[in-house]
Design a protein around this ligand. Structure first.
Ligand code: MN
Length: 293
């Protein structure tokens, strides 16, 4: 029998709070559990669990704000969100789409409910993940990757047990469309009832799973439910996921740790205190650009 990759801990997100007036998020880390560099290169996970927004003429969301030193990855499960940044990038993402923004040296952006979605109202269900940049790429030019669901690679499990939708990295020979600055695998695992999959993540990768929907038995042992986050030990071994509810869905985050100091303050994530001070100075002196883009 193959070795299994054991579970270090599982936890839930912090009590939900609003980001602007458009996103009701439960923060898994660092607020729910302060993982510091334990889950590098992933530094923050905000989960907007399914939440109904009433129809509104006013657009809900977050106004212009800066970021530097990392990437924001927004993964939509339901609802539509629109993005603008001062590098001239603009996009709308809906169910199944992903927006991968590299803040790098500095970007100002705003994130709003898409216009028609605001007017109609509806369920919003999405994730925003912050992925740290290695020191040598912290000041890289800002970049924007719109990844539509049509571009996301799909690995079909045998016997119609489900599928794996690969956003970044490679799973079972299938490569995801996102370009990344360090090695990582990010993918959604969709399983039918009793659908089963064996995952093989490198032991040195920090690996965690957030259950989005349904219930899954992990490693033929414990059952975890939606909103549970499971962090695995860095040991050699397979991860076995089995759906024990009708349909289930989980997102797997797995990446090679950067092994660099992390100093995070507000919207900036750098390696030293002085780089954080510099980020505030640059932002306050207008080096990130004008707020009214
Ligand atoms: Mn932002």
């Amino acid at each position: 029998m193959s070795k299994l990759r054991s579970i270090e801990t599982s936890f839930k997100g912090a009590a939900p709070h609003f980001v602007g007036d458009g996103f009701r998020v439960s923060q898994y880390f660092p607020a729910g559990k302060n993982l510091l560099t334990r889950f590098s290169p992933f530094i923050l996970l905000d989960y907007n669990q399914p939440h109904y927004f009433e129809p509104s003429e006013a657009r809900r969301g977050v106004g212009a704000h800066p970021h530097r030193g990392f990437e924001t990855v927004t993964i939509a499960y339901d609802g539509k969100v629109e993005h603008h940044d001062n590098s001239g990038n603009h996009g709308v993402i809906g169910p199944g789409d992903v927006q991968w923004m590299t803040a790098g040296s500095g970007v100002l952006h705003k994130e709003y409910h898409e216009e028609q979605f605001s007017k109609d109202g509806g369920m919003l269900h999405m994730i925003q993940l912050w992925v740290n940049l290695p020191n040598k790429y912290k000041m890289t030019k800002p970049k924007y990757q719109p990844i539509t669901k049509e571009n996301i690679s799909v690995y079909k499990l045998s016997n119609h047990e489900g599928e794996i939708k690969v956003i970044a990295g490679e799973v079972k020979g299938v490569k995801g469309p996102a370009s990344t600055f360090s090695k990582m695998n990010i993918y959604n695992v969709c399983l039918k009832n009793h659908g089963k999959v064996i995952l093989n993540e490198p032991s040195e990768f920090n690996t965690g799973i957030l259950i989005i929907n349904g219930e899954m038995k992990i490693n033929n042992d414990s059952i975890y439910k939606e909103n549970d986050f499971i962090l695995f030990d860095n040991v050699e071994g397979e991860i076995i996921l089995e759906s024990v509810s009708e349909d289930s869905l989980a997102i797997v985050l797995s990446g090679e740790p950067l092994n660099e100091p992390v100093i995070a303050h507000g919207p900036f994530v750098m390696n030293t205190e002085s780089e954080i001070i510099k980020a505030y100075e640059d932002y306050n002196s207008g080096k990130f650009g004008q707020l009214n883009f």
